[in-house]
Design a protein around this ligand. Sequence first.
Ligand SMILES: *[C@@H]1O[C@H](CO)[C@@H](O)[C@H](O)[C@H]1NC(C)=O
Ligand SMILES: *[C@@H]1O[C@H](CO)[C@@H](O)[C@H](O)[C@H]1NC(C)=O
Ligand SMILES: *[C@@H]1O[C@H](CO)[C@@H](O)[C@H](O)[C@H]1NC(C)=O
Ligand SMILES: *[C@@H]1O[C@H](CO)[C@@H](O)[C@H](O)[C@H]1NC(C)=O
Ligand SMILES: *[C@@H]1O[C@H](CO)[C@@H](O)[C@H](O)[C@H]1NC(C)=O
Length: 435
Amino acid sequence: MHLAVLLLVSALSGATLALDNGEMRVPPMGWLAWERFRCDIDCAHDPKNCISEDLFIDMADRLSEDGWRELGYVYVNIDDCWSSMKRDEKGRLQADPKRFPGGIHKLARYMHDRGLKLGLYGDLGTHTCGGYPGTTLDKIELDAQTLADWEVDMFKFDGCYSNATEQAKGYPLMSKALNATGRPIGYSCSWPAYQGGLPPKVNYTQLGEICNLWRNYGDIQDSWDSVLNIIDWFFENQEVLAPAAGPGKWNDPDMLIAGDFGLSMDQSRAQMALWAIMAAPLFMSNDLRTISSGARSILQNKMAISINQDAMGIQGRRIVKEKNGIDVSWRPLSNNASALVFFSRRNDMPYRYQTTLGKLNYTAGSYKIYDVFTEKTTTLKDTTGFVVSVNPTGVVMWHVSAPAKRNLRQFYKGGRLQGFAFGNDDENVVPHAFL
Ligand SMILES: *[C@@H]1O[C@H](CO)[C@@H](O)[C@H](O)[C@H]1NC(C)=O
Ligand SMILES: *[C@@H]1O[C@H](CO)[C@@H](O)[C@H](O)[C@H]1NC(C)=O
Ligand SMILES: *[C@@H]1O[C@H](CO)[C@@H](O)[C@H](O)[C@H]1NC(C)=O
Ligand SMILES: *[C@@H]1O[C@H](CO)[C@@H](O)[C@H](O)[C@H]1NC(C)=O
Ligand SMILES: *[C@@H]1O[C@H](CO)[C@@H](O)[C@H](O)[C@H]1NC(C)=O
């Protein structure tokens, strides 16, 4: 008991070490251009897809008119290739005048008028990854001030064309410079992704103090291979990554790609479920003008979103990796609730996975189960055997609520703690076929 309290206190006090700009106490949600639209600047031949103010206005209209904003999707984020190839006469970044005739400030106003926020992209280095003007160390204060003048709400700072020494100076400097503008601007750092994402090259304590979120790993692409590769990296490194996350500071496994071309509905649900378990930022990169109703209902799933947005901000972990290809992950939530995801890496047929909540280290008691994607509910005792049918490359996701919770001590100790007793009152293990 004392141990549990102690660990809880240290987890909470860890949260106060986040970047002190009041931003992103829960993972940010919105839309980001990159994965779906890249650097398409060919407006003459592809006006609907090109990186221009029309694209961002269209997405803002969809977010505010199609029910996204009310669910929390409020950021509209511009990525690379927005700027002119030249800084202005005062040395400031400026938007491409043909594709953004209204300029960035006007676009920010457009977002604010609709209860949305605008995110912008920059790059620490001589050039952005796409070859546009970068932010060298001597330009950091000027560029931070430009963002504030334009009333930008979030800034993604990429790291192409800079080396490790410059990054170690530049990312903290930009954090200070943003703070000095007096405008709260959510700060996304690509720094760790350029340094392999792991200690000793990456210091997650420091990142949590200077950034609101950070890209740890490579860019997502529109394929299941890419999503699975990201899932594997994040869960394989969870002992390093999970403690780094908390209110105001998040690991970012990159954009949600449901609604694009590469994922089946099952794979889209798997991404949504695992991003919720990981307390990941939810930035969709898709075309909200033409998104299918199937993809929309996955991305608008209220329970998946509320799990992602849980106020405690504890990043969940994989707790079981079975030889049969089933992974189980778990995230503790406020009010003694929790979330479980049963994920299948198989590619043959739906797999009937059998277990009990007790085997997943839930304490003795009975639990209310809500299936996030089928919306069915049931009650389970910790000792009751049950079977979930998990589709190939799919998930079953549960919200599990009181009366009791999985032992937090085991979470922090990674299951190494001894002497944890299960309730033994009900040994009749007739599997309860579920769903
Ligand atoms: C700047 O940092 C100080 C001290 O950490 C904090 O109190 C303040 O809210 C920050 N302001 C902005 C705009 O981020
Ligand atoms: C990093 O770049 C700077 C130039 O900005 C250079 O002076 C320095 O030697 C480089 N450091 C390394 C480790 O390459
Ligand atoms: C990591 O950063 C923290 C906070 O800035 C600092 O106290 C600590 O010494 C750093 N750790 C290492 C190994 O450099
Ligand atoms: C959580 O569960 C504990 C007992 O396991 C109980 O004492 C506490 O009141 C519960 N908290 C909430 C918010 O339900
Ligand atoms: C449950 O706890 C035991 C004992 O601490 C541990 O060996 C096991 O790995 C845990 N199982 C899960 C699913 O966390």
